[in-house]
Design a protein around this ligand. Structure first.
Ligand code: ADP
Length: 245
């Protein structure tokens, strides 16, 4: 579905990505793990145009193809943004809108889906994550886990080809993490293509098809979870895993 090649990015004098290459196949879950500051979020944000690399390419099988060496045309940027939907660490729901209004906002305003259709789709999705009874609630009336599930539904409602998750559980109290990971696991089983930045290594091990270990702006090691977690090739990977798992 997506080929990522040679992503390079500096913030001022600080080069944070030193040429990152990987691919994402349709229906696959790719987990990005590694120490804080190693460049995972910058890669994720680059995939949907929230961050602009200095060099490198993104090639979606069904378009667009983006070369960051030259300025990216506005139309290509829009295409790139529409390919994926991002779920953030903090849900970023509109506080003064109900759950249903939050979910239909993107489809109705950005994608011009008729309101009745957007509402029907939103209600079906809320039902799937067990939140039908919260459709008229405001975000402050929900638990952190419920808010994050609404955040996920909001991303699904955009019908993206690719779902991007930036540490979706790290802002949650530990007892609420499980319900959100369960939704992610179900989405993986349903065949959604997902790229997930996560510190939940046990989850990555269970759900990911491929794990990329980032260290200092490069992918130091990659592989199927059973190989990478059981037989890491690099001492830095081993140390990271041992410290967290
Ligand atoms: P990770 O997700 O692995 O924790 P990040 O991609 O968030 O890593 O950050 C990689 C590096 O880039 C860090 O050193 C961080 O401070 C720096 N960085 C990220 N975003 C910005 C920004 N907008 N301005 C300056 N530096 C940034």
């Amino acid at each position: 579905m997506l080929q990522v090649s040679g992503l390079t990015k500096s913030f001022g004098a600080n080069t944070v990505l030193h040429g990152v290459d990987f691919e994402v196949r349709r229906g696959e879950v790719v987990a990005l793990i590694g120490p804080s500051g190693s460049g995972k979020t910058t890669v994720l944000r680059s995939l949907n145009g929230l961050e602009t690399p200095d060099r490198g390419r993104l090639e979606f099988a069904d378009g667009p193809s983006v070369d960051f060496t030259s300025p990216v045309p506005k139309a290509t940027r829009t295409q790139l943004r529409d390919r994926s939907a991002m779920v953030f660490q903090h849900h970023n729901l509109f506080p003064h809108r109900t759950v249903l209004q939050n979910v239909i906002e993107g489809p109705v305003h950005a994608h011009k889906v008729p309101k009745a259709e957007a509402m029907a789709r939103a209600e079906a999705l809320l039902d799937r994550v067990g939140l039908s009874d919260k459709r008229d609630a405001f975000p402050f009336q929900l638990s952190g886990g419920q808010q994050q599930r609404v955040g996920i539904v909001r991303a699904l409602a955009l019908q993206p080809s690719l779902l991007l998750f930036d540490e979706p559980t790290s802002a949650l109290d530990s007892e609420l993490v499980g319900e959100v990971l369960l939704v992610l696991k179900e989405l993986a089983e349903e065949g959604w293509t997902m790229v997930i930045v996560t510190h939940e290594l046990a989850f990555a091990r269970q759900v990911a098809d491929e794990v990329l270990f980032f260290d200092d702006g490069v992918i130091l090691e990659r592989g199927a979870p059973k190989d990478l977690f059981t037989h890491p090739q690099h001492v830095r990977t081993r140390r990271f895993i041992d410290r967290i798992l």
